[in-house]
Design a protein around this ligand. Structure first.
Ligand code: MG
Length: 245
């Protein structure tokens, strides 16, 4: 191994890529620009100092109905916001691109529901790319639509859901797609999803949007709101914050 390294180093020196005289340790160190100071939250999961708090348990002031008709009509009580089935998706007033998102959710009682009808909601990054929200407690369904999936694109690496009735914690790291002249896709979106501290999507390359029927497609866009899905069940959310990256 050492011999291979010596041969490789000698070749680099001979070809001029490396010069024994020129390279110093500090040749490959830099000091500017300095990263900004960000103070972490008091406890893990709490918003850091530069986070935009989207829901702190009090009201839906950061949200509107996603159909553009006005106020978000979901219920707020006990520090939670809960889907009111039939009132439609809600979206943030603010628009986002690359981001770090923290969001916690709790499935409603399982009762008679199963599969895609049990605790279904969704986190729509840029209103287009769904990280699935579903009850994952003994709830068989297609795996690319289960909890932790990128809807109909990627099954999770693990089922990290705990138990029905317990709060579940999503941390999502998202790189938005890049579009060039004429709306041509230059770089796809990438997403890493951590559920309850366990990586369930590892820098997944998104194939496009996440339709119920048909194949994913990209449609050029810039910054867009974050949206949450009303899929007919009373999923609760709390402690939602986001950082622009
Ligand atoms: Mg959904």
């Amino acid at each position: 191994m050492k011999q291979i390294f010596l041969i490789a180093s000698s070749l680099l020196l001979m070809t001029g890529v490396l010069s024994a005289q020129e390279w110093k340790p500090e040749s490959t160190e830099w000091y500017y620009p300095k990263p900004q100071v960000v103070n972490p939250g008091q406890t893990p999961g709490q918003p850091p100092s530069d986070a935009i708090v989207l829901f702190d348990g009090k009201n839906l002031s950061q949200w509107v109905s996603s159909d553009g008709t006005g106020e978000a009509k979901w219920k707020v009580s006990n520090g939670e916001m809960t889907v009111v089935p039939g009132t439609g998706m809600i979206r943030t007033k603010e628009y986002f691109g690359d981001c770090q998102l923290h969001i916690e959710f709790k499935s409603p009682p399982a009762e008679k529901y199963s599969g895609q009808n049990r605790g279904n909601s969704g986190i729509f990054l840029q209103s287009a790319y769904e990280v699935q929200v579903l009850d994952g407690d003994n709830n068989p369904t297609y795996v690319n639509g289960m909890i932790g999936s990128i809807y109909k694109q990627s099954a999770p690496l693990a089922n990290a859901y705990t138990k029905n009735g317990e709060w579940q914690v999503y941390d999502i790291y998202y790189k938005a797609p890049r579009f060039g002249r004429g709306g041509v896709l230059e770089k796809p979106a990438y997403v890493t999803v951590v559920l309850n501290g366990i990586v369930v999507q590892n820098n997944f390359e998104m194939k496009g949007n996440t339709p119920y029927t048909g194949l994913p497609e990209y449609h050029a866009h810039g910054r867009l709101p974050l949206a949450l899905q009303d899929h007919g069940t009373a999923v609760a959310f709390r402690n939602i914050w986001i950082r622009n990256l």
